[in-house]
Design a protein around this ligand. Sequence first.
Ligand SMILES: Cc1cc2nc3c(=O)[nH]c(=O)nc-3n(C[C@H](O)[C@H](O)[C@H](O)COP(=O)(O)OP(=O)(O)OC[C@H]3O[C@@H](n4cnc5c(N)ncnc54)[C@H](O)[C@@H]3O)c2cc1C
Length: 411
Amino acid sequence: MPNSHLLDADILIIGGGIVGAATALKLKQTYPQYSVMLLEKESQVAKHQTGRNSGVIHAGVYYPPESLKAQFCRAGLKAIKAFCIEHHIKFDECGKLIVATTELELTRLEALATRCAENKLHYQWLNTQELHKAEPNITGLAAILIEETSIVDYKEITQCMMDDFVDWGGSYWLDCKVNNIYETSQGVELDTTQGRFKTKYLICCAGIMADKLAKLAGIEVDFQMLPFRGEYYRLNSQHNNIVKHLIYPVPDPELPFLGIHLTKMIDGSVTVGPNAILGWKREGYNKFNFSWADSKEIIQFSGFWRILKHNYKHAFNELINSLSKSQYLRQVKKYCPSLKKSDLTPYPVGIRAQAVSFKGELIHDFLFKKTTRTLHVCNAPSPAATSSMPIAEHVVSQLEDLIKINEETNI
Ligand SMILES: Cc1cc2nc3c(=O)[nH]c(=O)nc-3n(C[C@H](O)[C@H](O)[C@H](O)COP(=O)(O)OP(=O)(O)OC[C@H]3O[C@@H](n4cnc5c(N)ncnc54)[C@H](O)[C@@H]3O)c2cc1C
């Protein structure tokens, strides 16, 4: 490894999504005396998951109370709203309805109501008539209303966090892809498309690339990131007022995703989606994007075959829904019967970064790994945008521990 380096910083962060941005800001606020730098491979921040999601500030209905997701989502909702108020970023507390349309879903909805109570979340149970009164275009047997759920533009929040980070004295590099990581007892060096960087501590918030960077840092990873495409449609603008709340189906507890929902966006439009279908390219957003390298990794990954074995029926249905607009629409018509195929217009795809264990289990909770001088956010799926600020606090407290240990070892 050559000794020359382009630039150095006390702490380097890889990844300019909302998790990297929130972490960079929190670090600079906590350690104003340290130089902190963020490296992002794209020409702008929030280009991947953060800029391609539903824009929902989740309240934390679904997650087991002891999980990091439950804790960080509850705290994250408050933190994101406070950040928006402080920075004059528009958000809308429109609330969310989870609508049951069958007897089975009704039973599952009751379980969700119990979960809300466990998570100390205020909710209202609506019977058929109350649901109809709240949402005349929505049909269902019952629903729960969570008023705190809100909508926002996470891209705008991320850019604002980066601006704040710079105001606090931080700096960031765009078009700077990290290709290699070398850790020594003294620090970490990075090979990037913009030359060599040197740092005392490295934090990786690389979304769908989390496993690759963890491996580069020498971690023996026991998971692989799989890309799950989330395909959306946008309703014709004549339907912008079709609903007052966000409308979610009751999810199948066996599946990690929330089901195709009707989402009011902060720009006033309404989207339908996202579905969840395996992608064959980590950052390939077009329908038939394909990467040999990524596909080979997926096919060689034992976890993929195990998931497929247990979920092949569901995977097949999702594929049909993806290929046929009429089938996709059927999912929505269960609770919004008036919609027609011609109401669905194209909308950009998002790709979820989902960690899957070698045993073929989807890792539901947020996952962190570390070495002596590197910290990795390894699994930050939804609601990680909502939870980004508590995730950042968690990372900073883990870094404090690393710094202490290294200082004690070096005495
Ligand atoms: C379809 C969809 C809908 C969702 N809806 C919601 C929602 O409504 N509410 C919610 O809270 N969450 C939602 N989520 C989840 C949320 O968007 C993500 O959890 C969150 O954005 C993750 O942020 P991140 O910073 O970890 O990842 P990303 O936003 O993906 O950022 C990672 C960054 O790392 C960079 N990077 C990677 N490798 C390198 C490298 N080698 N060198 C330099 N840079 C690198 C990438 O370019 C990227 O910019 C949704 C996600 C999807 C896909």
